[in-house]
Design a protein around this ligand. Structure first.
Ligand SMILES: Cc1cc2nc3c(=O)[nH]c(=O)nc-3n(C[C@H](O)[C@H](O)[C@H](O)COP(=O)(O)O)c2cc1C
Length: 146
């Protein structure tokens, strides 16, 4: 048995606040279950330090026409480096929750691209990505809740 409960680092980027709400909710749920949940905007982190974490939860919305929001751009550029080692996030587990609207052609593009890149880098996913949809009768919570 571990001495310390796992710590979740919940990284979000948000244009109008939905992703922040989701990140804070995940943080509260984590704490309710005895973990520590640290909620940070993606432009507040040094990506090179993520290798020291246990669990990373990404909560990302898609804006414009399938664009990655500005607050995620530095992190995204870091991830796309060709010389990034496959073992960079060895031992780290991740989950991705996207916020989008299936009325747009590039539905949840930011979350899908992020999930694919992490998976291509060999990072271990703990749960299939969740894609919140504004068109769902319950909004993004229709996918977040289950
Ligand atoms: C101007 C605008 C452009 C959007 N473009 C997309 C898009 O290309 N693809 C998509 O899946 N969702 C798109 N959305 C939907 C948002 O991703 C969705 O409303 C999300 O919940 C916003 O999260 P946020 O408040 O964290 O920014 C767009 C929303 C707005 C207002």
């Amino acid at each position: 048995m571990e001495d310390n409960p796992p710590r979740l680092v919940i990284l979000y980027e948000s244009q109008t606040g939905n992703a922040l709400d989701v990140a804070e909710r995940v943080g509260r749920e984590a704490e309710r279950m005895g973990s520590t949940g640290v909620v940070l905007s993606m432009d507040e982190i040094d990506a090179a330090c993520l290798q020291y974490e246990n669990i990373l939860v990404f909560v990302v919305s898609t804006i414009g026409q399938g664009d990655i929001p500005d607050s995620m751009k530095v992190f995204w550029r870091f991830l796309l480096q060709r010389n990034l080692s496959q073992s960079w996030l060895e031992g780290v587990n991740y989950a991705v929750f996207g916020l989008g609207d299936s009325g747009y052609q590039k539905y949840n593009f930011a979350a899908k691209k992020l999930d694919k890149r992490l998976s291509d880098l060999g990072v271990k996913s703990i749960i299939g990505r969740g894609l919140g949809d504004d068109q769902h009768p319950s909004g993004y919570e229709g996918v977040l809740d289950p």
